[in-house]
Structures are given as structure tokens and as C-alpha cells.
Design a protein around this ligand. Structure first.
Ligand code: PMP
Length: 332
């Protein structure tokens, strides 16, 4: 039943970031005999887990003096970090320049424009290409004397997750957590939460959920970072060991296919009323696989990174899905 909790007041936008619900995914839990719990990061004010990295990076830069009053924040992003950074910038009197590959969803692009980001769309290029969006953002920061957020290699990102997301998960489960599954873009979420949980209970299994087209599964299984294949998921997959990933306590990795992820996204939508994006689908499929491995009676936590409305024109577009040979939900 819906109940009214003790009233609390968030101090502006920043006070509303984090402290997200941990939702028991009822069908996944029933199917495995485990508690499968999804951290509802789509409920952050910017609509994704990346609000956490944005505030952590900005507050760290304010502390060190790398970001001065009225300054400009520059970042390369798949979109969600740009949204988080821009909202916090608006709330704190900074400007934001967001460099993003043009292949990312229309909805994220439109939303970034709507909230006043100075948006620079660039062609999608691999990281080794000097025109990759990350390098373009670094150059813009250097040339304009802006603050480069550098989410991939700035460990304020994972530190934010260690101190908030990971700590919240421990408190919300009362320490009853056996495994945690998560995909990687920067690695901040996986590393930060992994570190927070391992510090409290060494036996918690930390499992990377990796899409096709990412090198991390191969890296963890055999030391080979070469990626193969591709994925429609946005914001995840990585072909290098970022500073945020370095030394992260990862016990195992699972490879998840897009077809499995989108089926899971549709299942959550139509049977549980939970609307999420593709990376959350990858995470939940991985949580179910790990739960089956562990056997009934365990608790597996994962991240619901962002909401489905951000991908209406892709994940929920029959034409797009057919073009990728992916299943189309019967109600569309
Ligand atoms: N899911 C989505 C939708 C994202 O935008 C991101 C961030 N790029 C991630 C997952 C991965 O999070 P992290 O960067 O902390 O690894």
C-alpha cells in the first residue's frame, strides 16, 4: 500500500539527487527464488544514474579550485552525464559545453538542448581516433580554459558512487546482499558500488554485465580487451581500462545479448509497470543469471540506470527494432 513517509525537503536540485528506492523486481525474484532488487536511478532529477557522477565531479572540482564561480564545465558524454552536469551547472551558476556522438538517442539530444547545454554533436569514432568525442571535449576545455569533467578517468566519479549509491544499497538491504551486477561505461558505478559493498562484506560477488561490442568481458575472462560485435544499448561498453575501472573489485563477468536485454525491458514495462532503458535491461538479465547460479534464497542487487522514455525512438520503435533483428513487443 502507498504510505506517506515523514516529510523531508530537498535543498534545491542537488538535494534531490540520490536516495533512490530499491525496487524488488517481482517476476525476476519469483522466477529465481531470490530477491532481485533494482536501484531506481531513473528517479534522479536528471533521469539517470549519471546525476551522481555529475554532482560528485563538480563538488570535487569546487573543492580543488579546478572549477571557479561562473566557470564552464566541458564534457564528452553519451548524453546522461551531460544532462546531469548541465542541470547542476544551471543550479550553481556554471555554463556547460556537451560533446556527444550524433548516434545517441534523439530524446537525449533534444533534452540537452532544452536545458540549455551548449551541445556539440560529433560523428561517432573509436577512442583511438583523435576526433572521438572524449578527445574533442578535452581539446575544447583546453582551448577555452574550461573545466574538463573527464568522467572516464576522474575518480571523483567512482568515489561519489562509493559514498552514496553503494552506501545506500548496504543500508537499504540491511547488509543482506550476496551479489551485485552492473554494466560499465566509465566504470564509476560498478567500481564505486563494488568498493562500498566489499569493504563491508568481502564475500559479496561483484559481476560485470557486458554488452556485445565491449572489450571488458574478454579482458576479465582472458586479458584480451579487443571488442567484437555491437549493441544498441547506450552509455555502456568499454574498450579500455579507465582510471575508474582500475583496481575495481570485480569477481566475474557475463556477456548479455541485446535480444535478451530488450525482452527484459519489455517484460519490466508490461508486467511490472517499470520503464527503463537498454542498459538496465542488460543489468537485470545479468542479475537473473547470477541469481540462478547462486540458487534460491540469495539477494542480488542491480542498477536501473535510466528510463525508457529516453529511448522511445529506438527501443520502443518497431521499425528500429525490426531493422536490428530484435523482437518487437506485441503491444506496439
Ligand atoms: N547506463 C546508462 C544509460 C548510462 O548513460 C551510463 C553512463 N554512460 C551507464 C549505464 C554506465 O555508468 P558508468 O559510466 O558509471 O559506468
Amino acid at each position: 500500500m502507498h504510505t506517506v513517509n515523514e516529510t523531508t525537503i530537498a535543498d534545491g536540485l542537488v538535494g534531490a539527487i540520490g536516495n533512490t528506492p530499491l525496487i524488488r523486481l517481482r517476476r525476476a525474484s519469483a522466477a529465481t527464488g531470490c530477491d532481485i532488487l533494482g536501484k531506481a536511478e531513473f528517479m534522479n532529477p536528471g533521469g539517470s544514474v549519471k546525476d551522481r557522477a555529475a554532482i560528485a565531479i563538480i563538488e570535487d572540482a569546487e573543492r580543488t579550485g579546478a572549477l571557479r564561480p561562473g566557470g564552464t564545465i566541458v564534457e564528452g558524454t553519451a548524453g546522461n552525464t551531460g544532462i546531469g552536469l548541465t542541470l547542476v551547472a544551471n543550479a550553481r551558476g556554471y555554463r556547460s559545453v556537451v560533446v556527444m556522438p550524433e548516434t545517441q538517442s534523439r530524446e537525449k539530444i533534444d533534452f540537452l538542448r532544452m536545458i540549455g547545454a551548449d551541445l556539440r554533436l560529433v560523428p561517432a569514432k573509436p577512442y583511438r581516433d583523435p576526433d572521438n568525442y572524449v578527445h574533442v571535449s578535452r581539446r575544447i576545455a583546453e582551448e577555452t580554459d574550461g573545466f574538463w569533467a573527464n568522467q572516464f578517468d576522474n575518480t571523483a566519479n567512482r568515489e561519489g558512487h562509493r559514498l552514496t549509491t553503494g552506501t545506500e544499497i548496504w543500508a537499504q538491504t540491511g547488509g543482506r546482499v550476496d551479489a551485485f551486477t552492473c554494466a560499465c561505461g566509465t566504470g564509476g558505478t560498478l567500481a564505486g558500488i563494488g568498493m562500498a559493498l566489499k569493504a563491508r562484506r568481502q564475500e559479496v560477488r561483484i559481476v560485470l554485465a557486458d554488452p556485445e561490442g565491449s572489450g571488458l568481458y574478454g579482458w576479465l575472462k582472458s586479458g584480451d580487451l579487443t571488442p567484437s560485435g555491437s549493441s544498441i544499448t547506450e552509455g555502456i561498453g568499454q574498450s579500455r581500462v579507465t582510471a575508474n575501472l582500475e583496481g575495481a573489485p570485480i569477481d566475474d563477468a557475463v556477456r548479455i545479448l541485446d535480444a535478451e536485454a530488450v525482452e527484459q525491458v519489455f517484460d519490466l514495462m508490461i508486467h511490472e509497470g517499470i520503464s527503463v532503458g537498454g542498459s538496465a535491461g542488460i543489468n537485470v538479465v545479468a542479475a537473473i543469471r547470477v541469481a540462478r547460479d547462486l540458487g534460491p534464497g540469495h539477494t542480488v542487487v542491480t542498477i536501473l540506470c535510466d528510463g525508457g522514455a529516453r529511448y522511445q525512438t529506438k527501443l520502443f520503435n518497431p521499425e528500429f527494432l525490426r531493422g536490428k533483428n530484435l523482437p518487437v513487443p506485441p503491444w506496439l
